[in-house]
Design a protein around this ligand. Structure first.
Ligand code: NAD
Length: 497
């Protein structure tokens, strides 16, 4: 099926070859090389973007550094706040266009792009627009050994921030880094995923339109091993705000070590979603469905391990399987589509590799298990998959699959399920379905995860810090925590004698 794109989207795709933004000027890669970007629902090329080099990264960092020590640092908190607010308004005004770009590259249904990713990106920017005029240091209650001292602290920006984002929620995760970075007075070089750079580029164009000065936001598109790596190693970058896989997070820790950059790492997950028999089971079933099948299951905090109490497991499983089998696969721009394709052929290979491994290890497939018999297009479609008979030590129960694949487990009591839920290397999120108030609070405290959802799932809010325990990373996105993450504290002591 061919979709009619609006003129603004068509025009944007035509100028996408100049996808590197340095000092307010869009350009091609310094060596002219490009990366083909495709529609994952069809496998067809959408456009070409620049394949940024280490030289491009260096120029972008220089531009960010000049802006940091230049006029940007002279703006008042209120002025920074107004610019972020203006950008949030432009995101809302251009929501249809941004959502279309997001769907074209990531594959997700347009209603998800439009009413989750883009709306939330605008809200994140608006939330951080409110912070600069309220974010302050402290008067310090010092106890001087000699004389009289007044002490206070300042929260100062770090300098040039490298923001590196993954392909699953590009505009939202871009906004989640730009908002607090700019609110606190830093400047940024952002490198989106080579698979999904378009919405980030458009966001940066809108930032210039919102009056954010040239050089404050720079964009370098390109591969992780080239542009990303150069950014991670650049000595003038003071902090890396990264969302992506745990493996790349580790590589960035190593790359940043020689120059001791601050790191904020939002990494992978293998989140447990736990259904107690006292829950509203209809609500829990629909929650378990969206916990794993939102965004084709390509969600870091997805409820990929579903623990259901033995007494209700069989009926619950039947309902989940029926819901999974009712999912309409298709192009994200088609209104009838419930789930789009996976982002790339490589991702489809990876996910089917895990599924085949699970079958070899002895797990049973209740539904799905590979590509659909009648795919809705030539893209990277995968059937929603539900596993039963999974042992906790299998790879499908321990490793992040990052696709529409859920492992289901029976459990018998609270202590047992807490131990099993906490039994992976990750700790990003967890879900609990119960109507027992005391159990809800007990579970919230006992689960080793950065976010615990009770009787809901996949709810993100700019006011609620989000991030991982253990190998899901460190640092927090959203909330006041993120303002603190993007600053350093200076103590000032004034002798008064
Ligand atoms: P990825 O780690 O492959 O890539 C993420 C980004 O890092 C991309 O822009 C990529 O080009 C870049 N990159 C790759 N190698 C690099 C290197 N050596 N140096 C610097 N940059 C490099 O991850 P992905 O496949 O794009 O995204 C999926 C992963 O992201 C999953 O593991 C998922 O759990 C994670 N994720 C986490 C969160 C969270 O908030 N915790 C949110 C979304 C996605």
């Amino acid at each position: 099926m061919a979709f009619q794109l609006t003129d603004e989207v068509e025009q944007f795709l035509k100028r996408a070859g100049s996808s590197i933004l340095i000092g307010g000027v869009w350009r091609q890669a310094s060596d002219g090389r490009t990366i083909s970007t495709e529609d994952p629902a069809t496998g067809r090329e959408l456009t070409q973007i620049a394949r940024g080099t280490a030289a491009d990264v260096s120029a972008a960092v220089d531009s960010a550094q000049s802006a940091f020590v230049g006029d940007w640092s002279l703006l008042t908190p209120s002025q920074r706040g107004r610019m972020l607010w203006a950008l949030a308004d432009l995101v809302d005004e251009h929501a249809d266009e941004l959502a279309t770009l997001e769907t074209l590259e990531v594959g997700k249904p347009l209603r998800e792009s439009r009413f989750f990713d883009v709306i939330l990106a605008g809200e994140v920017l608006r939330y951080y627009a409110g912070w600069p005029s309220k974010f302050a240091g402290d008067v310090l209650p010092v106890s001087p050994m000699v004389g009289s001292i007044i002490g206070y602290s300042r929260r100062e920006p770090l300098g040039v921030i490298a923001a590196i984002t993954p392909w699953n929620f590009p505009i939202l995760l871009g906004a989640a880094k730009l908002g607090p970075a700019l609110a606190t007075g830093n400047t940024v070089v952002i490198k989106p995923s080579e698979l999904t750079s378009l919405s980030t580029m458009r966001l940066a164009e809108l930032a210039l339109e919102a009056g954010i000065p040239p050089g404050v936001i720079n964009v370098v598109t390109g591969y992780g091993a080239e542009a990303g790596r150069a950014l991670g190693e650049h000595p003038a970058v003071r902090k890396i705000a990264f969302t992506g896989s745990t493996a790349t997070g580790r590589a960035l820790v190593a790359a940043s070590a020689p120059t001791l950059k601050k790191l904020q790492l939002e990494l992978g997950g293998k989140s447990a979603n736990i259904v107690f028999p006292d829950a509203d089971l209809a609500e829990a079933a629909s929650g378990a469905y969206q916990a794993i099948f939102l965004n084709q299951g390509e969600v870091c905090c997805g409820g990929s391990r579903l623990f259901v109490h033995d007494s209700v497991y069989d009926d619950f499983l039947a309902e989940l399987v029926a819901a999974a089998e009712g999912i309409e696969l298709g192009h994200g721009l088609d209104d009838m589509t419930d789930m789009g394709p996976l982002v790339s052929a490589a991702q489809l290979d990876r996910v089917t590799g895990f599924v085949n491994g699970g079958i070899r290890d002895g797990a049973s497939v209740a539904t799905g298990g590979g590509a659909p018999a009648e795919p809705p297009g030539s893209g990277h479609f995968m059937s929603p998959t539900v596993f039963t008979d999974v042992r906790d030590d299998m790879a499908i129960a321990q490793d992040e699959i990052f696709g529409p694949v859920v492992c289901t487990f029976r459990f018998h009591d609270e202590d047992e399920v807490v131990a099993r839920a906490n039994g992976t290397a990750y700790g990003l999120a967890a879900g609990v379905w119960t109507n027992d108030l005391r159990r809800a609070h007990r579970m919230a405290a006992r689960l080793a995860a950065g976010t615990v959802w009770i009787n809901t799932y996949n709810i993100l809010d700019p006011a609620a810090p989000f991030g991982g325990y253990s190998q899901s990373g460190y640092g927090r996105e959203f909330g006041l925590d993120s303002m603190i993450e993007f600053t350093q504290t200076k103590s000032v002591m004034i002798g008064m004698d």
